[in-house]
Design a protein around this ligand. Structure first.
Ligand SMILES: NC(=O)c1ccc[n+]([C@@H]2O[C@H](COP(=O)([O-])OP(=O)(O)OC[C@H]3O[C@@H](n4cnc5c(N)ncnc54)[C@H](OP(=O)(O)O)[C@@H]3O)[C@@H](O)[C@H]2O)c1
Length: 323
């Protein structure tokens, strides 16, 4: 494995699968070995576009392919748990799209399966690995902006067509919280950890999923004010404020190409472009973990995914979201 390419398989050939495959082409030690769709024509077309030699018409066939090292699960949320577990049980490493699952209980089952089969598993929280976030965390750890007291982050955009859309489909685990609310929660969690208290309020689509959700996370001596929604435009900014200064990640913050550090009435600008669309960084982390024979990333660990899933579960209960 040390000098060999890591062979990827992708299941569910939609929007994010295309973006991820584009970035995978940038990595010299990655090979897209197989792709699977429920529709063989789509699979063939995708395979051709990304120089992949194998196209399957079923996800199970890809899981059974012994030439595939790691499977990227790029399907809607409701199938993340079932498909990750299947792939892990077939002896594959797994990178599963966010959110890890629709419930904390399912997240536990996924991670137990990774441990039982001794196979790498990571929730695809790509933002954790982009240079701007890596650098920001380094600055915070070094005490550059003092003690963090306040985080303000949102992820919202106007969705033109709410009907017939995965994002509002209750059967697919839709809603703003699960689709994009996890991002500002993730940012707050990696900086401040698990909150003592959460207050969340939503407005709803007729399907029963949340169209917008606002959240306050209360810590012993800090607070976060977060928002996610499909019904309005937003500047998609994230500000992390400390006792000695603040960091503003460039918009859209979850794929920031840099940030500004404000301190002593001065602004320092940091330019940190992403590799490709930004997904290559998480793939590199998967490669490093697989080559080091470790089943989880230290930077976005199993426990990190479980903690975030528990936070999301609490908000889900508060806003009355049931899948
Ligand atoms: N990391 C990111 O930046 C990012 C961005 C967008 C989405 N995501 C996540 O990625 C996942 C997929 O999102 P997407 O935007 O790529 O969705 P999408 O465009 O709808 O693609 C999802 C694919 O999943 C497959 N699928 C399997 N069962 C399905 C079902 N019952 N209904 C619909 N599709 C089904 C389909 O592929 P086949 O027809 O080929 O089988 C479909 O093309 C979600 O969990 C989402 O949260 C992440």
């Amino acid at each position: 494995m040390e000098n060999q390419k890591i062979k990827w398989g992708i299941v569910g050939l939609g929007n994010i699968a295309n973006q991820f495959a584009t970035d995978l082409l940038l990595l010299q030690d990655a090979e897209l070995a197989a792709v699977a769709s429920r529709d063989i024509n789509k699979a063939n077309e995708f395979a051709q576009k990304y120089n992949c030699i194998k196209a399957y018409d079923s996800y199970d066939a890809l899981f059974a392919d012994d030439q595939v090292d790691i499977v990227y699960i790029a399907t809607p949320h409701d199938s993340h748990a079932e498909l990750s577990i299947k792939a892990l049980e077939k002896g594959k490493h797994v990178l599963c799209e966010k959110p890890i699952a629709l419930s904390y209980k399912d997240a536990i089952r996924m991670i137990e399966t990774s441990r039982k089969n001794n196979k790498f598993f990571m929730e695809a929280f790509w933002t954790r690995f982009i240079p701007s976030v890596q650098d920001t965390l380094g600055k915070i750890q070094a005490g550059e902006i003092g003690d963090i007291k306040y985080i303000n982050a949102d992820f919202a955009f106007y969705v033109n067509e709410l009907e017939g859309n995965r994002m509002t489909d209750k059967n697919r685990g839709g809603g703003a919280l699960f689709d994009i609310g996890v991002y500002p929660l993730f940012l707050t969690y990696i900086i401040l950890g698990i909150p003592q208290e959460i207050i969340a309020k939503s407005t709803y689509h007729t399907s029963g999923v949340d169209l917008q959700t606002s959240m306050i996370l209360q810590y012993e001596s800090a607070q976060a004010v977060l928002h996610a929604g499909f019904v309005s435009e937003s500047d998609m900014k994230a500000t992390i404020s400390g006792t000695k200064g603040r960091i503003e990640l460039n918009s859209p913050w979850f794929m920031a190409d840099g940030y500004s550090l404000f301190k002593n009435n001065q602004e320092a600008v940091f330019k940190l472009p992403n590799l490709g669309k930004g997904y290559a960084h998480e793939a590199v982390e998967c490669h490093n973990c697989i080559r080091n024979n470790t089943i989880e990333s230290k930077q976005w660990s199993h426990q990190n995914s479980l903690d975030l899933s528990k936070i999301v579960d609490e908000i889900k209960n508060q806003i009355g979201l049931e899948f």
